[in-house]
Design a protein around this ligand. Structure first.
Ligand code: UD1
Ligand code: CA
Length: 455
Protein backbone atom coordinates (compact mmCIF):
# COMPACT_ATOMS: atom_id res chain seq x y z
CA UNK A 1 0.00 0.00 0.00
CA UNK A 2 1.21 3.49 -0.77
CA UNK A 3 1.79 5.96 2.04
CA UNK A 4 0.73 9.61 2.30
CA UNK A 5 1.96 11.62 5.26
CA UNK A 6 -0.07 14.69 6.23
CA UNK A 7 1.68 17.22 8.47
CA UNK A 8 -0.58 19.78 10.13
CA UNK A 9 1.09 23.16 10.26
CA UNK A 10 -1.64 25.75 9.84
CA UNK A 11 -2.01 26.80 13.48
CA UNK A 12 -0.91 30.19 14.71
CA UNK A 13 1.15 29.54 17.80
CA UNK A 14 0.12 32.75 19.58
CA UNK A 15 1.95 31.82 22.76
CA UNK A 16 5.33 31.83 21.05
CA UNK A 17 4.85 35.62 20.82
CA UNK A 18 6.63 35.70 17.51
CA UNK A 19 5.76 36.87 14.02
CA UNK A 20 7.33 33.67 12.70
CA UNK A 21 4.99 30.69 12.15
CA UNK A 22 5.39 28.29 15.05
CA UNK A 23 6.57 25.31 12.98
CA UNK A 24 9.53 27.34 11.72
CA UNK A 25 10.99 27.83 15.18
CA UNK A 26 14.21 25.93 15.39
CA UNK A 27 15.05 22.85 17.40
CA UNK A 28 18.74 21.97 17.25
CA UNK A 29 19.20 24.54 14.51
CA UNK A 30 16.46 23.14 12.26
CA UNK A 31 12.81 24.25 11.92
CA UNK A 32 10.51 21.94 13.88
CA UNK A 33 8.54 21.00 10.79
CA UNK A 34 11.76 19.88 9.09
CA UNK A 35 12.40 17.39 11.90
CA UNK A 36 8.95 15.97 11.21
CA UNK A 37 9.57 15.94 7.45
CA UNK A 38 12.89 14.16 7.89
CA UNK A 39 11.25 11.49 10.03
CA UNK A 40 8.42 11.14 7.50
CA UNK A 41 10.95 10.70 4.74
CA UNK A 42 12.55 7.84 6.66
CA UNK A 43 9.21 6.04 6.41
CA UNK A 44 9.60 6.07 2.63
CA UNK A 45 6.38 8.03 2.22
CA UNK A 46 5.16 8.27 -1.36
CA UNK A 47 3.79 11.78 -0.82
CA UNK A 48 4.32 14.39 1.87
CA UNK A 49 1.56 16.95 2.41
CA UNK A 50 1.97 20.01 4.59
CA UNK A 51 -1.21 21.84 5.58
CA UNK A 52 -0.35 25.53 5.83
CA UNK A 53 -2.45 28.47 6.99
CA UNK A 54 -0.99 31.03 9.36
CA UNK A 55 2.19 32.39 7.82
CA UNK A 56 1.73 30.02 4.89
CA UNK A 57 4.07 31.99 2.62
CA UNK A 58 6.91 31.84 5.15
CA UNK A 59 6.41 28.10 5.57
CA UNK A 60 6.37 27.53 1.80
CA UNK A 61 9.58 29.53 1.42
CA UNK A 62 11.31 27.71 4.27
CA UNK A 63 10.40 24.34 2.76
CA UNK A 64 11.11 25.29 -0.85
CA UNK A 65 13.87 22.68 -1.09
CA UNK A 66 11.70 19.86 0.24
CA UNK A 67 9.62 17.72 -2.10
CA UNK A 68 6.28 18.40 -0.45
CA UNK A 69 2.74 19.17 -1.54
CA UNK A 70 1.26 22.19 0.20
CA UNK A 71 -2.43 22.30 1.03
CA UNK A 72 -3.76 25.67 2.06
CA UNK A 73 -6.19 25.81 4.95
CA UNK A 74 -7.18 29.45 4.64
CA UNK A 75 -9.27 29.43 7.80
CA UNK A 76 -8.42 27.20 10.75
CA UNK A 77 -11.63 25.29 11.35
CA UNK A 78 -10.11 22.36 13.19
CA UNK A 79 -7.87 19.35 12.68
CA UNK A 80 -10.49 17.44 10.65
CA UNK A 81 -10.94 20.41 8.35
CA UNK A 82 -7.14 20.67 8.03
CA UNK A 83 -6.74 17.05 6.90
CA UNK A 84 -9.70 17.49 4.53
CA UNK A 85 -7.68 20.06 2.58
CA UNK A 86 -5.40 17.25 1.40
CA UNK A 87 -8.13 14.76 0.41
CA UNK A 88 -7.92 15.40 -3.32
CA UNK A 89 -4.18 14.91 -3.40
CA UNK A 90 -4.11 11.66 -1.41
CA UNK A 91 -3.25 8.33 -3.01
CA UNK A 92 -5.01 5.00 -2.49
CA UNK A 93 -3.17 3.50 0.46
CA UNK A 94 -2.41 4.52 4.01
CA UNK A 95 -2.38 8.00 5.53
CA UNK A 96 -0.38 9.07 8.54
CA UNK A 97 -1.32 12.33 10.28
CA UNK A 98 1.48 14.16 12.08
CA UNK A 99 1.78 17.59 13.73
CA UNK A 100 4.39 20.10 12.59
CA UNK A 101 4.85 21.25 16.18
CA UNK A 102 5.58 17.77 17.58
CA UNK A 103 9.17 17.44 16.42
CA UNK A 104 10.64 14.49 18.33
CA UNK A 105 8.36 11.71 17.09
CA UNK A 106 10.47 8.67 16.15
CA UNK A 107 10.36 6.57 13.07
CA UNK A 108 10.06 3.27 14.99
CA UNK A 109 6.95 4.48 16.80
CA UNK A 110 5.33 5.47 13.50
CA UNK A 111 6.28 2.24 11.77
CA UNK A 112 4.64 0.24 14.55
CA UNK A 113 1.50 2.36 14.21
CA UNK A 114 1.37 2.00 10.42
CA UNK A 115 1.78 -1.76 10.70
CA UNK A 116 -1.65 -1.85 12.40
CA UNK A 117 -3.51 -0.21 9.54
CA UNK A 118 -5.90 -2.12 7.29
CA UNK A 119 -9.42 -1.58 5.93
CA UNK A 120 -10.71 -3.07 9.18
CA UNK A 121 -8.33 -1.40 11.61
CA UNK A 122 -6.71 1.98 12.24
CA UNK A 123 -3.80 2.98 14.45
CA UNK A 124 -4.05 5.66 17.13
CA UNK A 125 -1.06 6.88 19.13
CA UNK A 126 -1.96 7.64 22.74
CA UNK A 127 -0.04 8.67 25.84
CA UNK A 128 -0.93 8.40 29.51
CA UNK A 129 -0.24 11.63 31.36
CA UNK A 130 -0.28 12.57 35.04
CA UNK A 131 -1.88 15.85 34.07
CA UNK A 132 -4.09 15.33 31.01
CA UNK A 133 -5.65 18.81 31.15
CA UNK A 134 -6.37 20.17 27.69
CA UNK A 135 -5.93 16.93 25.77
CA UNK A 136 -8.51 14.80 24.03
CA UNK A 137 -9.30 11.73 26.20
CA UNK A 138 -9.44 8.19 24.85
CA UNK A 139 -12.69 6.50 25.87
CA UNK A 140 -12.82 2.71 26.07
CA UNK A 141 -15.75 0.29 26.33
CA UNK A 142 -16.23 -2.42 28.92
CA UNK A 143 -14.07 -4.74 26.84
CA UNK A 144 -11.25 -2.21 27.00
CA UNK A 145 -11.49 -1.29 23.32
CA UNK A 146 -11.00 2.36 22.33
CA UNK A 147 -14.31 3.64 20.96
CA UNK A 148 -14.11 7.46 20.94
CA UNK A 149 -12.07 10.54 21.71
CA UNK A 150 -13.66 13.37 23.62
CA UNK A 151 -11.97 16.77 23.66
CA UNK A 152 -11.22 18.25 27.07
CA UNK A 153 -13.64 21.12 26.52
CA UNK A 154 -16.45 18.74 25.61
CA UNK A 155 -15.70 16.15 28.31
CA UNK A 156 -17.75 15.40 31.42
CA UNK A 157 -16.11 15.27 34.86
CA UNK A 158 -15.94 11.47 34.61
CA UNK A 159 -14.35 11.61 31.16
CA UNK A 160 -11.84 14.20 32.35
CA UNK A 161 -10.63 11.72 34.96
CA UNK A 162 -9.28 9.55 32.11
CA UNK A 163 -5.52 9.96 31.82
CA UNK A 164 -5.03 8.26 28.46
CA UNK A 165 -4.75 11.08 25.92
CA UNK A 166 -4.87 11.44 22.19
CA UNK A 167 -1.47 12.50 20.84
CA UNK A 168 -3.10 13.59 17.56
CA UNK A 169 -1.00 11.10 15.61
CA UNK A 170 -3.23 8.79 13.66
CA UNK A 171 -2.77 6.21 10.89
CA UNK A 172 -5.56 4.93 8.69
CA UNK A 173 -6.49 4.35 5.04
CA UNK A 174 -7.47 7.02 2.55
CA UNK A 175 -10.70 5.11 1.90
CA UNK A 176 -11.61 5.46 5.57
CA UNK A 177 -10.76 9.16 5.57
CA UNK A 178 -12.81 9.75 2.43
CA UNK A 179 -15.75 8.03 4.09
CA UNK A 180 -15.55 9.81 7.44
CA UNK A 181 -14.22 13.34 6.91
CA UNK A 182 -17.25 14.62 4.99
CA UNK A 183 -19.44 13.47 7.90
CA UNK A 184 -17.66 15.56 10.57
CA UNK A 185 -19.70 18.26 12.23
CA UNK A 186 -18.62 21.38 14.08
CA UNK A 187 -21.33 20.97 16.68
CA UNK A 188 -19.06 21.00 19.72
CA UNK A 189 -17.60 23.29 22.38
CA UNK A 190 -15.03 24.84 20.01
CA UNK A 191 -17.19 24.94 16.87
CA UNK A 192 -14.45 23.04 15.01
CA UNK A 193 -14.29 20.02 12.75
CA UNK A 194 -12.48 17.57 14.99
CA UNK A 195 -10.39 14.89 13.31
CA UNK A 196 -10.81 12.96 16.54
CA UNK A 197 -14.49 12.32 15.78
CA UNK A 198 -13.47 9.72 13.19
CA UNK A 199 -12.66 7.37 16.06
CA UNK A 200 -16.30 7.06 17.07
CA UNK A 201 -17.26 6.63 13.38
CA UNK A 202 -14.75 3.81 13.07
CA UNK A 203 -16.05 2.09 16.19
CA UNK A 204 -19.63 2.40 14.92
CA UNK A 205 -18.62 0.67 11.66
CA UNK A 206 -16.80 -2.09 13.48
CA UNK A 207 -13.37 -0.85 12.37
CA UNK A 208 -10.98 -1.76 15.18
CA UNK A 209 -8.93 0.98 16.87
CA UNK A 210 -5.45 -0.27 17.65
CA UNK A 211 -3.69 1.99 20.12
CA UNK A 212 0.06 2.25 20.63
CA UNK A 213 2.21 4.35 22.93
CA UNK A 214 5.55 6.00 22.18
CA UNK A 215 8.62 4.57 23.91
CA UNK A 216 9.24 8.01 25.40
CA UNK A 217 6.50 10.60 26.10
CA UNK A 218 8.85 13.31 24.76
CA UNK A 219 8.17 11.96 21.29
CA UNK A 220 4.62 13.24 21.36
CA UNK A 221 5.19 16.46 23.23
CA UNK A 222 4.08 19.52 21.31
CA UNK A 223 5.50 23.00 21.46
CA UNK A 224 3.19 25.87 22.34
CA UNK A 225 5.54 28.35 24.02
CA UNK A 226 9.22 29.18 24.42
CA UNK A 227 9.51 27.25 27.66
CA UNK A 228 8.35 24.03 26.03
CA UNK A 229 10.64 24.75 23.09
CA UNK A 230 13.64 25.09 25.41
CA UNK A 231 12.68 21.96 27.32
CA UNK A 232 12.49 19.90 24.13
CA UNK A 233 15.80 21.37 22.97
CA UNK A 234 17.52 20.28 26.18
CA UNK A 235 15.92 16.85 26.01
CA UNK A 236 16.99 16.44 22.40
CA UNK A 237 20.53 17.58 23.19
CA UNK A 238 20.67 15.15 26.10
CA UNK A 239 19.76 12.32 23.71
CA UNK A 240 22.47 13.37 21.24
CA UNK A 241 25.04 13.63 24.03
CA UNK A 242 24.11 10.20 25.29
CA UNK A 243 24.47 8.72 21.82
CA UNK A 244 27.94 10.27 21.49
CA UNK A 245 29.04 8.91 24.86
CA UNK A 246 27.78 5.43 23.96
CA UNK A 247 29.95 5.70 20.82
CA UNK A 248 32.94 6.43 23.05
CA UNK A 249 33.18 10.20 22.96
CA UNK A 250 34.37 11.82 26.22
CA UNK A 251 32.09 14.73 27.06
CA UNK A 252 33.34 16.62 30.08
CA UNK A 253 29.77 17.66 30.78
CA UNK A 254 27.03 16.16 28.58
CA UNK A 255 24.68 18.92 29.72
CA UNK A 256 26.91 21.59 28.23
CA UNK A 257 27.09 20.51 24.60
CA UNK A 258 25.01 21.66 21.65
CA UNK A 259 24.87 19.84 18.34
CA UNK A 260 22.85 21.55 15.63
CA UNK A 261 23.39 19.22 12.73
CA UNK A 262 25.48 16.10 12.47
CA UNK A 263 28.59 15.44 14.53
CA UNK A 264 30.65 12.37 13.62
CA UNK A 265 33.52 11.39 15.89
CA UNK A 266 36.38 8.91 15.66
CA UNK A 267 37.73 7.01 18.65
CA UNK A 268 38.82 8.83 21.79
CA UNK A 269 37.51 12.24 20.99
CA UNK A 270 37.28 14.57 23.97
CA UNK A 271 35.03 17.63 24.08
CA UNK A 272 35.20 20.17 26.87
CA UNK A 273 32.24 22.24 28.06
CA UNK A 274 30.27 24.85 26.16
CA UNK A 275 31.01 23.76 22.59
CA UNK A 276 28.56 24.23 19.73
CA UNK A 277 28.69 22.09 16.58
CA UNK A 278 26.68 23.19 13.56
CA UNK A 279 26.05 21.65 10.16
CA UNK A 280 28.23 18.66 9.32
CA UNK A 281 31.27 18.30 11.53
CA UNK A 282 33.68 15.41 11.60
CA UNK A 283 36.27 14.94 14.35
CA UNK A 284 39.01 12.38 13.74
CA UNK A 285 40.50 9.95 16.20
CA UNK A 286 41.98 11.49 19.33
CA UNK A 287 40.81 15.02 18.56
CA UNK A 288 40.44 17.22 21.63
CA UNK A 289 38.20 20.28 21.58
CA UNK A 290 38.74 22.86 24.32
CA UNK A 291 36.01 24.75 26.11
CA UNK A 292 33.65 27.16 24.34
CA UNK A 293 34.49 26.45 20.72
CA UNK A 294 32.04 26.90 17.85
CA UNK A 295 32.66 24.53 14.94
CA UNK A 296 30.58 24.54 11.78
CA UNK A 297 30.75 22.40 8.61
CA UNK A 298 34.35 21.33 9.15
CA UNK A 299 36.57 18.29 9.14
CA UNK A 300 39.13 18.13 11.91
CA UNK A 301 41.70 15.39 11.40
CA UNK A 302 43.14 12.95 13.92
CA UNK A 303 45.11 14.07 16.99
CA UNK A 304 44.31 17.74 16.45
CA UNK A 305 43.89 19.92 19.51
CA UNK A 306 41.56 22.86 19.32
CA UNK A 307 42.18 25.12 22.28
CA UNK A 308 39.39 27.10 24.00
CA UNK A 309 37.33 29.85 22.38
CA UNK A 310 38.15 28.99 18.79
CA UNK A 311 35.64 29.48 15.98
CA UNK A 312 36.04 27.20 12.98
CA UNK A 313 33.85 27.27 9.88
CA UNK A 314 34.20 25.50 6.55
CA UNK A 315 37.72 24.30 7.39
CA UNK A 316 39.55 21.10 6.54
CA UNK A 317 42.29 20.22 8.99
CA UNK A 318 44.29 17.14 8.01
CA UNK A 319 45.54 16.13 11.45
CA UNK A 320 47.99 16.70 14.34
CA UNK A 321 47.25 20.43 14.18
CA UNK A 322 47.06 22.80 17.07
CA UNK A 323 44.45 25.53 16.79
CA UNK A 324 43.85 28.46 19.12
CA UNK A 325 43.10 29.45 21.79
CA UNK A 326 41.05 32.28 20.25
CA UNK A 327 41.66 31.26 16.63
CA UNK A 328 39.18 31.98 13.87
CA UNK A 329 39.28 29.72 10.83
CA UNK A 330 36.91 30.91 8.14
CA UNK A 331 35.64 29.03 5.08
CA UNK A 332 38.27 27.57 2.79
CA UNK A 333 40.94 27.23 5.46
CA UNK A 334 42.83 24.02 4.62
CA UNK A 335 45.57 22.91 6.94
CA UNK A 336 48.02 20.12 6.13
CA UNK A 337 49.31 17.77 8.80
CA UNK A 338 50.91 19.44 11.79
CA UNK A 339 50.08 23.02 10.78
CA UNK A 340 49.51 25.46 13.62
CA UNK A 341 47.17 28.41 13.91
CA UNK A 342 47.51 30.25 17.19
CA UNK A 343 45.79 32.94 19.19
CA UNK A 344 44.06 35.89 17.57
CA UNK A 345 44.75 34.56 14.11
CA UNK A 346 42.13 34.76 11.36
CA UNK A 347 42.47 32.60 8.26
CA UNK A 348 40.27 32.47 5.19
CA UNK A 349 40.56 30.68 1.87
CA UNK A 350 44.09 29.58 2.59
CA UNK A 351 46.18 26.47 2.23
CA UNK A 352 48.68 26.00 5.02
CA UNK A 353 51.39 23.43 4.25
CA UNK A 354 52.65 20.68 6.49
CA UNK A 355 54.25 21.92 9.70
CA UNK A 356 53.71 25.60 8.90
CA UNK A 357 52.91 27.99 11.73
CA UNK A 358 50.82 31.12 12.07
CA UNK A 359 51.06 31.46 15.78
CA UNK A 360 49.96 34.93 16.79
CA UNK A 361 47.85 37.95 15.86
CA UNK A 362 47.66 37.56 12.08
CA UNK A 363 45.26 37.72 9.17
CA UNK A 364 46.08 35.30 6.39
CA UNK A 365 43.56 35.09 3.58
CA UNK A 366 43.54 34.14 -0.12
CA UNK A 367 46.97 32.62 0.28
CA UNK A 368 48.88 29.40 -0.10
CA UNK A 369 51.70 28.54 2.21
CA UNK A 370 54.18 25.74 1.48
CA UNK A 371 55.56 23.49 4.20
CA UNK A 372 57.47 24.64 7.29
CA UNK A 373 56.62 28.27 6.71
CA UNK A 374 56.87 30.53 9.74
CA UNK A 375 54.54 33.51 9.83
CA UNK A 376 55.60 36.02 12.49
CA UNK A 377 53.22 37.76 14.86
CA UNK A 378 51.13 40.51 13.35
CA UNK A 379 51.50 39.47 9.72
CA UNK A 380 48.74 40.62 7.40
CA UNK A 381 48.03 39.50 3.86
CA UNK A 382 46.61 42.59 2.20
CA UNK A 383 44.38 40.62 -0.14
CA UNK A 384 41.76 43.23 -0.98
CA UNK A 385 42.38 46.41 -2.98
CA UNK A 386 38.87 47.70 -2.45
CA UNK A 387 37.53 46.02 -5.58
CA UNK A 388 39.25 42.69 -6.12
CA UNK A 389 40.85 39.96 -4.05
CA UNK A 390 44.40 38.88 -4.85
CA UNK A 391 46.50 35.91 -3.79
CA UNK A 392 49.66 35.64 -1.77
CA UNK A 393 51.98 32.67 -2.43
CA UNK A 394 54.58 31.72 0.14
CA UNK A 395 57.16 29.01 -0.63
CA UNK A 396 58.41 26.18 1.60
CA UNK A 397 60.44 27.19 4.65
CA UNK A 398 59.95 30.92 4.07
CA UNK A 399 60.18 33.09 7.18
CA UNK A 400 57.96 36.15 7.47
CA UNK A 401 59.15 38.56 10.15
CA UNK A 402 56.71 40.01 12.63
CA UNK A 403 54.40 42.87 11.72
CA UNK A 404 54.80 42.45 7.98
CA UNK A 405 52.23 43.43 5.41
CA UNK A 406 52.21 41.27 2.26
CA UNK A 407 50.45 43.27 -0.44
CA UNK A 408 48.84 40.81 -2.87
CA UNK A 409 49.28 39.72 -5.56
CA UNK A 410 52.72 38.83 -4.35
CA UNK A 411 54.87 35.74 -4.01
CA UNK A 412 57.58 34.96 -1.49
CA UNK A 413 60.09 32.36 -2.66
CA UNK A 414 61.16 29.15 -0.97
CA UNK A 415 63.50 29.73 1.92
CA UNK A 416 63.08 33.49 1.57
CA UNK A 417 63.11 35.79 4.59
CA UNK A 418 61.06 38.93 5.10
CA UNK A 419 62.46 41.30 7.72
CA UNK A 420 60.18 42.30 10.54
CA UNK A 421 58.03 45.37 9.92
CA UNK A 422 58.26 45.15 6.12
CA UNK A 423 55.60 46.05 3.64
CA UNK A 424 56.18 43.68 0.72
CA UNK A 425 54.60 44.55 -2.61
CA UNK A 426 57.14 42.98 -5.00
CA UNK A 427 57.91 39.28 -5.37
CA UNK A 428 60.77 37.93 -3.25
CA UNK A 429 63.12 35.38 -4.88
CA UNK A 430 63.93 31.98 -3.37
CA UNK A 431 66.36 32.25 -0.46
CA UNK A 432 66.48 36.08 -0.65
CA UNK A 433 66.07 38.55 2.21
CA UNK A 434 63.60 41.37 1.69
CA UNK A 435 63.38 44.25 4.13
CA UNK A 436 61.36 47.33 3.35
CA UNK A 437 61.31 49.24 6.60
CA UNK A 438 63.08 52.59 7.11
CA UNK A 439 66.66 52.24 8.35
CA UNK A 440 67.20 52.85 12.03
CA UNK A 441 69.06 56.01 12.99
CA UNK A 442 70.97 56.08 16.32
CA UNK A 443 72.50 59.21 17.90
CA UNK A 444 74.88 58.69 20.80
CA UNK A 445 74.31 60.58 24.11
CA UNK A 446 71.29 62.39 22.72
CA UNK A 447 69.77 65.01 25.07
CA UNK A 448 65.98 64.85 25.38
CA UNK A 449 64.10 68.09 24.77
CA UNK A 450 63.13 69.90 28.02
CA UNK A 451 60.26 72.24 28.79
CA UNK A 452 61.26 75.90 28.56
CA UNK A 453 61.17 77.63 32.06
CA UNK A 454 58.09 79.93 32.56
CA UNK A 455 58.85 83.51 33.73
C1 UD1 B 1 -5.54 18.19 19.35
C2 UD1 B 1 -6.51 17.01 19.43
C3 UD1 B 1 -6.50 16.46 20.84
C4 UD1 B 1 -5.10 16.04 21.22
C5 UD1 B 1 -4.12 17.22 21.03
C6 UD1 B 1 -2.70 16.75 21.23
C7 UD1 B 1 -8.34 17.46 17.87
C8 UD1 B 1 -9.71 17.97 17.71
N1 UD1 B 1 -7.84 17.48 19.08
O1 UD1 B 1 -6.03 19.18 20.21
O2 UD1 B 1 -7.38 15.32 20.92
O3 UD1 B 1 -5.08 15.60 22.57
O4 UD1 B 1 -4.23 17.75 19.71
O5 UD1 B 1 -1.86 17.86 21.20
O6 UD1 B 1 -7.73 17.03 16.90
N2 UD1 B 1 -4.11 22.62 13.14
C9 UD1 B 1 -4.27 23.00 11.84
N3 UD1 B 1 -5.48 23.54 11.44
C10 UD1 B 1 -6.50 23.70 12.32
C11 UD1 B 1 -6.33 23.30 13.66
C12 UD1 B 1 -5.12 22.75 14.04
O7 UD1 B 1 -3.36 22.87 11.02
O8 UD1 B 1 -7.54 24.18 11.89
C13 UD1 B 1 -2.83 22.04 13.56
C14 UD1 B 1 -2.11 22.90 14.55
O9 UD1 B 1 -1.20 23.78 13.90
C15 UD1 B 1 -1.35 21.88 15.40
C16 UD1 B 1 -2.26 20.66 15.34
O10 UD1 B 1 -3.09 20.82 14.22
O11 UD1 B 1 -0.13 21.51 14.83
C17 UD1 B 1 -3.08 20.50 16.59
O12 UD1 B 1 -3.88 21.63 16.78
P1 UD1 B 1 -4.23 22.17 18.21
O13 UD1 B 1 -5.11 23.34 18.06
O14 UD1 B 1 -2.99 22.32 19.01
O15 UD1 B 1 -5.11 20.96 18.76
P2 UD1 B 1 -5.56 20.73 20.22
O16 UD1 B 1 -6.74 21.54 20.49
O17 UD1 B 1 -4.39 20.86 21.13
CA1 CA C 1 -2.01 21.49 20.92
Amino acid sequence: MSLDVVILAAGQGTRMRSPRPKVLHRLAGKPMVCHVLDTARQLAADRLHVVVGHGSEAVRVALADHPVHFALQAEQKGTGHAVAQTLEALGQGKVLVLYGDVPLIRRETLEALLAQVSETRLGLLTVTLDDPTGYGRVLRNAAGEAVAIVEHKDASERERAVRECNTGILALTTAQLRRWLPRLSADNAQGEYYLTDVIAMAAAEGVAIATAQPADPLEVEGVNDRKQMARLERAYQAQLAERLMVQGVALLDPARLDVRGELRCGHDVEIDVGCVFEGEVELGEGVRIGAHCVIRDSHIGAETRVEPHSVIEGAVIAGRSRIGPFARLRPGSRLAVGAKVGNFVETKNVEVGEGSKINHLSYVGDASLGRDVNIGAGTITCNYDGANKHRTEIGDAAFIGSNSALVAPVSIGRGATVGAGSTISKDVADNALAVSRARQVSKADWPRPRKAKQH
